[in-house]
Design a protein around this ligand. Structure first.
Ligand code: MTE
Ligand code: MO
Length: 215
């Protein structure tokens, strides 16, 4: 693998040259684990995924049903606000855009924003148009393997940057909830867990929108 052939610094120089290293970030070849609170236990008998809010009909899937939805693979670069970035990460899962395009999810015209709801009450918000981008996925697999418990098993949202797709908004990685259990579509914007704690609402990695205010 590349990471064994090149050292961290060389790999970082390469992505910098390629214009893929956002300001203030540094490349990691590890996969840091970052979250608030404990790692939840997964019980397939009681787990469900719910969609509600500004939708024509509410949806609820069991774990079996969720796994029958159309699957998509996306390769992207992920950027944590604590300054690590991980490149060429491969995710497989369900694209919200695909659900809309295939008529599985019917949004009301009043749906303008989204709130991801995860275990233990973690939430994070995104404008609808960002969740419908190609760089947002409800992922079950990372690099070909099911997620590990500490990275969000059985299901997590991921958002990152797709190289060459400067047309897509690329927020920091906290905008992807691990252990996600549902999505609420809303008419007005509702700040999530970190957003209420002072993190920037838009969180654009290229504009370095880390925190609200001047700190
Ligand atoms: N449920 C939940 N999801 C979360 C968080 C959290 O605290 N709780 N932290 C976010 C942050 S800040 C980051 S950087 C990523 C980290 O994902 P990782 O642990 O797989 O690297 O998860 C995000 N999703
Ligand atoms: Mo983060």
């Amino acid at each position: 693998m590349l990471k064994n052939v090149f050292g961290r610094r060389e790999a970082e120089e390469r992505v910098r040259r390629e214009g893929r290293l956002p300001p203030g970030q540094s490349l990691t070849q590890k996969f840091p684990v970052l979250h608030y609170g404990p790692v939840p236990r997964f019980d397939p008998a009681t787990w469900d995924f719910r969609i509600w809010g500004e939708v024509e009909e509410e949806l609820r899937w069991t774990w079996d049903e969720f796994n029958q939805l159309p699957k998509t693979k996306v390769v992207m670069d992920i950027h944590c606000v604590t300054r690590w970035s991980k490149f060429d990460t491969e995710w497989e899962g369900v694209s919200v855009k695909t659900l809309v395009d295939e008529g599985i999810l019917k949004l009301k015209p009043s749906a303008k924003f989204t709130v991801q709801h995860a275990e233990y009450g973690y939430t994070t918000n995104l404008p609808l148009e960002v969740m419908l981008q190609d760089n947002f996925l409800l992922a079950t697999h990372f690099n070909g393997e099911p997620l590990t418990p500490d990275h969000g098993y059985p299901l997590r949202a991921v958002i990152g940057a797709i190289p060459g797709r400067e047309d897509l908004k690329a927020p920091y990685f906290w905008k992807g909830a691990k252990w996600i259990r549902g999505i609420e579509f809303t008419a007005t914007d509702r700040p999530g867990f970190w957003e209420q704690a002072g993190y920037h609402n838009d969180a654009d990695v290229w504009k370095e929108e880390r925190f609200r205010g001047g700190w």
